[in-house]
Design a protein around this ligand. Sequence first.
Ligand code: FAD
Length: 423
Amino acid sequence: MSKAAPISLWDESAEEREHTQDLDGNITTDVAIVGGGFTGLSTALHAAERGVECHVLEANHIGFGGSGRNVGLVNAGLWLPPQDVRDKLGEQLGAQLIKILGEAPAYVFSLIEQHQIRCEATHNGTIHAAHSPKGLEDLARRTEEWHRLGAPVDLLSREETAEKVGSSAFYGGLLDHRAGTINPMGYVRGLARAALGAGAKISTGVTVKKLVRDGNKWIVETDQGEVTANRVVLGTNAYSDDLWPGLRRTFTMIHFFQCATAPLGERGQSILPERQGLWDTGSIMFSLRRDAFGRLIIGSMGKAIGGDRGLSRRWARRNIRRLFPDLGDVDIETAWHGQIAMTDDHLPRIHRLDEGLYTPIGYNGRGITPGTIFGKAMGELLSGGKEDELPLPMSEPISAPRGPLMSRVYDMAFTANQIIKSI
Ligand SMILES: Cc1cc2nc3c(=O)[nH]c(=O)nc-3n(C[C@H](O)[C@H](O)[C@H](O)COP(=O)(O)OP(=O)(O)OC[C@H]3O[C@@H](n4cnc5c(N)ncnc54)[C@H](O)[C@@H]3O)c2cc1C
């Protein structure tokens, strides 16, 4: 397959080599995995390590979805504060999920180490920065609960945050020492390499068109041939198409965009000097980080709009000026966006769609750790594990009827936000 234009900065800067391979006619496998992102490839890696024959089918190329486009924050826990996760899931299940995902960054970094994945990994924490006094109250509440759970997080004062970020724009911050940053495309390509090494097969440029149950088998119809499998895992998340009817109506899809400056050299050294990644407490949140080459990468909710002199680049330059008034003018090299699957309660799901057909889905913009961990859990299930050992109980998909409408409403609100904050 010849490759189209890069989908993100990471697509160009990742050191890991990309794996591409056609599907070689009709094949039979034990497990067919649809989607070559964190979920699909972690499933393949962990299943193959346990001796399960599996084959990943990716419509485009490895990391084409959220996995190759995200901010690269390897976060602990969920989007929601831990106490809210327990309120929604119940004491026992909530505590179990928080514990598993609290420990998840350590697992991601251990995979990076084990497989020597070249992905610009830094393990110096992430900062959730308060954009307002109310935001700081939210962070204090989160900190208190994480401390009760024994997690290594610090509530930073305004001055401490200014020192760590190199900007006095924030009211304080929550520094989570468990977390870190990666080049996400490097990581996902590294997972692909590790999965191949463990014996999994991966085909790219193969769109799965239909899933047909035939006795106790699945016939996976693709645009390149047929795959017969005993079990199927969909790792398609926010990039789900109409393959499984109704699946993409189980979440609201929103966009998130990022802009990367040219490498800033010396003058960028005082920004996030310890290379933590950052996001803020605003309801239309923004993210900020550096890469290994000294680029500053800033993003927010919505699409990347316009070309070189377009809206998103204006927004980026304006916000970099607001945060770092002494920095001077910056060139924006690249802008891109991706899709995020938001669930109504901000909790992820593992659905059983049919006999032997599963999908972990709905990571609410936090998928590096859940994608890796839920993929591992799928690998364990497929190799004889029990359903009650999954991080979350299997659930039936529930349609979010207002999802498509809300996607459009959010897109309009995010565009308006970009316009207002570009002036
Ligand atoms: C801009 C952005 C910023 C984000 N920032 C962060 C962050 O900092 N930290 C974090 O933890 N998470 C972040 N996320 C979320 C995270 O990227 C996702 O949750 C994660 O990548 C989901 O991984 P996945 O493997 O489940 O799905 P994806 O990576 O989206 O992969 C799905 C794949 O399925 C393929 N596919 C779909 N349909 C078919 C079909 N019919 N046949 C074959 N293939 C198919 C697609 O081509 C795609 O490659 C962000 C997301 C975005 C978009």
